[in-house]
Design a protein around this ligand. Sequence first.
Ligand code: UGA
Ligand code: MN
Length: 247
Amino acid sequence: TLIYFITPTYPRREQIAELTRLGQTLMHVSRLYWIVADDRPDCSPQIMNLLPDFSIPYTYIASPMPAIYKRDPDAMPRGVSNRRAALNWIRLNHNINDTNAVIYFGDDDNTFHLDLFKEIRTTKKISMFPVGLVGEYGVSSPIIDKGKVVGFFDSWPAKRKFPVDMAGFAINVQLLFKYPYATMPYKAGFEEDRFLSALAIRLDEIEPKAENCTKILVWHTQTAKKPKPIVMVKSKASLPGSLATLL
Ligand code: UGA
Ligand code: MN
C-alpha cells in the first residue's frame, strides 16, 4: 500500500529548513509519495532544487490562498487551497480502481515517529490516533472503549462532530472517489470536521491505531516565529562572493 503524504507549506524564512527536516524523515519510509503543496502563486526554484535531494517520489504544486481569506489574519484557513490542490491531484492521477493507497496530511512543521507510517498504511477506510502537543490539554485523541471510538478528548470541542487535529487521521484513497466533491472548507478551525463529515464518516467505522490510541506517534510541534531580520546590506554586489549567493 502506498502512502500519499500531503504537506501544505508556505513561504516564510523557515520554509526550506522545515522541508529539509521533514524530507529527511520521509527518506526512511518506503512506498511513500510526497505531495508538497505550496501556498504561493508559482513554484519556488529553491524548493524545486531541494526536493530531489531526498530520493523519494514527489510532486510539487503551487496553489495560493485566495486573497479574500487573508482579510482577517486571525481567521485564515491555513493550508486549505494547497491541500485542496493536492486532493485534486490525487483524484486526477491515482487509478480509481486501486484501493491500495492511504492519504495523510503531514504539516511541514510537525514531528513524525517512523512507526506512524506502519500504523496508517493499513487504513481500510479511516483511521485515527493521538496527536501530541495540541492545544491546552497537550494531546488530542479519540477515546476508546472496547476497541471502538466512543468520543474525543480535545481542548477545543467547538461543537465539532470530529474534534480532531489534521495530523490525527488517515483515510483510504477510495473515499476520495466515493465522494468526488468532498473537500476541505475555507473555514478556520473547522477544516478537519467538515472534511470528515463530507466523507460521511461514522464513529463506529473509525479504526483506532497506535495501540488503541495509547501511544503518541505524531506531534504538533511549532517553530517559534522570529521577527524579520533587518537587512542592512543595501547592495548584494558589495558582499564577498560566498555571502552574495546566500542572501
Ligand atoms: C496554528 C495555530 O497555532 C493554531 O492555534 C490554529 O488553530 C491553527 O493555526 C489554525 O489556523 O487552524 P498550526 O496548525 O500549527 O496552528 O498552523 P501552521 O503550522 O502555521 O499551518 C498549518 C499548515 O498549513 C502548515 O503545514 C503550514 O505550512 C500551512 N500553511 C500555513 C499554509 O499553507 N499557508 C499559511 O498561510 C499558513
Ligand atoms: Mn503547525
